[in-house]
Design a protein around this ligand. Structure first.
Ligand SMILES: C[S@@+](CC[C@H](N)C(=O)[O-])C[C@H]1O[C@@H](n2cnc3c(N)ncnc32)[C@H](O)[C@@H]1O
Length: 316
């Protein structure tokens, strides 16, 4: 696979950072030993980092155990996952709705990783949703059948090849994954969105406790571990999610994430920006080397905490 091809991304996943990954990777220094992703989801940033040759290893963690099991299966035997996916995909063709329900029932009985992959490829917004009893209850998207098997196979085999021998997969709380990160690593944190994952909207299987998350970040920063966090954002002037507190000393960067579907429907020109909070040392190395992806806001928008401004070439 050449570096000009896009990184493989086999797991369709709501909130995937696939499109933003190149801009996020700008802040990961080339030659980084290990990228730690405690809320990995579809692992878009880890896959892109390995694909670009920026990092030697990755740690993939997610509290959704069947998702971690899916990653393990993709690494161990991607062709077998592809074959199992293809079987499920073809079995649905006679009656896509009943086919989907059968796989969902089965997944809720045995947590089979290939069944989860099929459900994510077929369900509304590729969004995992669970009921109070912990059963996957997302509906199928009636307008599509899910990724074609040949395309899925190529993505699975590509991802398996990238990750084999270079990935550790764990399933648990982000705090445990953070405890294993050290100064030679870069941590990329993309927790569930605030405001959309409360008890009334189980966008992911666990809502985010903001204070606990900030306390975990403080402990990590006290150990000098470089970190990149995706957190809040805005569409035009409308903000969603609450910003991270300035006392953390992280630089706030806004990544252009395109025009929201809602804004487009309303004929609005409002653009969406996703916040990135970055350790000052990662911002400084990027400004020394320049960006490979000028696809986000003028770096003049980067705000460094006062105590970190010394040595920043952009500081007034
Ligand atoms: C915004 S998504 C991450 C998306 C990911 N960056 C990608 O590119 O696909 C947040 C992820 O955090 C996971 N999660 C939720 N609570 C968690 C926790 N306490 N510890 C670890 N992971 C958690 C969810 O299962 C979900 O996969």
């Amino acid at each position: 696979m050449t570096a000009t091809m896009a990184a493989p991304h086999p797991i369709p996943y709501q909130g995937s950072k696939r499109r933003l990954a190149p801009a996020i990777l700008d802040y990961v220094p080339a030659g980084t030993r290990r990228l730690v992703e405690p809320c990995c989801g579809s692992a878009a940033v880890s896959l892109a980092a390995l694909h670009a040759g920026k990092v030697g290893e990755v740690v993939l963690n997610d509290s959704l155990a069947p998702l971690a099991a899916l990653w393990r299966a993709i690494i161990a035997a991607p062709a077998d996952v592809a074959t199992a996916y293809e079987r499920l995909w073809r079995a649905q063709l006679a009656d896509p709705r009943r086919g989907y329900d059968r796989v969902r029932d089965r997944f809720n009985r045995d947590g089979d990783p290939a069944a989860l992959l099929y459900l994510l490829a077929r369900c509304v917004k590729s969004a995992v949703r669970f009921n109070a009893a912990g059963a996957f209850n997302q509906s199928p998207d009636r307008r599509r059948l899910g990724t074609q098997p040949a395309r899925m196979r190529a993505s699975l085999v590509g991802a398996g090849a990238l990750l084999a021998g270079r990935a550790t997969v764990t399933s648990g709380d982000y705090a445990a994954a953070l405890a294993g990160a050290g100064r030679g690593d870069v941590v990329y944190l993309d927790p569930p969105y605030q405001g959309t994952s409360g008890p009334r909207d189980q966008r992911y299987h666990q809502p985010l406790d903001r204070e606990r998350f900030i306390a975990a970040l403080e402990r990590l920063l006290a150990r000098d571990v470089p970190v990149i966090v995706s957190f809040d954002g805005r569409c035009g002037e409308r903000r969603y999610g609450e910003a991270l507190p300035a006392r953390l000393g992280l630089a706030h960067i806004e990544l252009a994430a395109g025009r929201s579907t809602q804004a487009t429907l309303l004929g609005s020109a409002a653009r969406t920006y996703e916040s990135l909070y970055v350790s000052p040392q990662l911002v400084l190395q990027r400004s020394r080397l320049g960006s490979a992806h000028p696809d986000h806001r003028d770096p003049g928008r980067v705000r460094l905490a006062r105590r970190d401004r010394q040595g920043d070439p952009r500081a007034p």
